[in-house]
Design a protein. Structure first.
Length: 221
């Protein structure tokens, strides 16, 4: 009887051991299976996916296009600045010489007044003294008005001949002045700022032919 009781008491202990062992074991979940099966192999450090390589190439291409567009922008900006400067210069010159056509016509009228005064002074008449004096005043007023607009007379008499300012009408041989010098002025020239309105018509000096031959062929001693 005592042995049976001991056997009966030992059996519950074995059952408890089985239960505790069953509680320790848990069913494997999906994540656990994946871990058990092993993680997917990782790429080696030197290897890059095909998508990353194409993205880098696209980025480099985009950078190249951006650089080209920037260069084009800089060139266009420089061209536009030059265009603005050129237009500004043209507009300034247009305003500067806007009166040129009118002044050129007025110069001819002034010539006629001056000729009238010169003729009257060369042939004085008491009855015309008052009128000549009035015309002379008009001439001086016109010259002053021209100067206000920036037009002045070209200096010719006694000046070295300048083809940009003078127009030679004839040549005069003389020893009294140096060669290639203006000795007489037929018509007054005018210049507006730095642009010739009308060149001065002049006579230019030249050494006499005899003196030239003597210089070339010195006298025999």
């Amino acid at each position: 009887m005592e042995q049976e009781d001991k056997t009966t008491q030992a059996e519950p202990a074995e059952e408890q051991t089985e239960e505790s062992t069953g509680q320790g074991e848990q069913p494997a979940t999906g994540e656990t299976r994946q871990e058990a099966e092993g993680a997917a192999p990782q790429d080696a450090p030197g290897d890059q996916p095909e998508g990353a390589t194409s993205a880098d190439a696209a980025l480099e291409e985009a950078k190249g296009r951006a650089a080209d567009n920037w260069d084009k922008f800089i060139r266009l900006q420089a061209e536009f600045e030059n265009y603005k400067k050129r237009i500004h210069k043209e507009q300034s010159e247009s305003l500067k010489y806007a009166q040129l056509p009118v002044l050129r016509e007025m110069v001819g009228i002034l010539d006629n007044f001056e000729r009238a005064v010169e003729h009257a002074k060369a042939n004085p008449t008491p009855d015309l003294e008052g009128m000549i004096s009035g015309i002379d005043m008009v001439v001086q007023q016109m010259v002053s008005a021209f100067e206000k607009f920036g037009m002045t007379r070209i200096k010719a008499q006694g000046q070295p001949f300048d083809p940009t300012l003078h127009e030679a009408m004839s040549i005069k041989e003389t020893d009294e002045v140096p060669e290639n010098q203006v000795v007489e002025e037929f018509q007054t020239g005018y210049i507006l700022h730095d642009r010739v309105v009308r060149p001065a018509m002049v006579v230019v000096s030249k050494k006499p032919a005899a003196n030239t031959d003597a210089a070339d062929n010195p006298s025999e001693g």
